[in-house]
Design a protein around this ligand. Structure first.
Ligand SMILES: N[C@@H](CCC(=O)N[C@@H](CS)C(=O)NCC(=O)O)C(=O)O
Ligand code: FES
Length: 113
């Protein structure tokens, strides 16, 4: 599969997904660590891709996203932002409702199946 198609599949199949360096439990960079911590604090499940394990995604996603760096938080197929944006949204209390609403929405859909 083309890398860009893999990315499209990941962001469509995972309503909340973080592209990061390392994993939430063992981040490999301070920026990724910060976003992982914020996401953990939001208290909902989220998917992640360790781009250090996937150099093709590391190379392609910035072009696809039109965003040069990692981490990247994607919600319902849309780029929300990187570390600065996510941290600011969290501090303002703007991120939590987005994450909760998305988690609730997909929880309901899964439960109904
Ligand atoms: N200001 C950025 C910080 C993130 C950043 O600068 N990331 C760099 C260093 S980890 C990056 O992803 N560089 C491209 C790469 O390593 O592929 C943000 O808000 O997310
Ligand atoms: S890996 Fe060096 S700043 Fe992220």
């Amino acid at each position: 599969m083309e890398t860009v198609d893999k990315i499209k599949q990941q962001i469509s199949e995972n309503p909340i997904i973080v592209y990061m360096k390392g994993s939430p439990k063992l981040p490999s960079c301070g920026f990724s660590s910060q976003v992982a911590q914020v996401m953990i604090n939001c208290g909902e499940q989220f998917a992640f891709v360790d781009i250090l394990q996937h150099p093709d995604i590391r190379a392609e996603l910035p072009k696809f996203a039109n965003w040069p760096t990692f981490p990247q938080l994607w919600v319902e197929g849309e780029l929300i932002g990187g570390c600065d944006i996510i941290t600011e949204m969290y501090q303002k209390g703007e991120l939590q409702p987005i994450i909760k609403e998305t988690a609730d929405k997909f929880r309901t859909e899964e439960d109904a199946e």
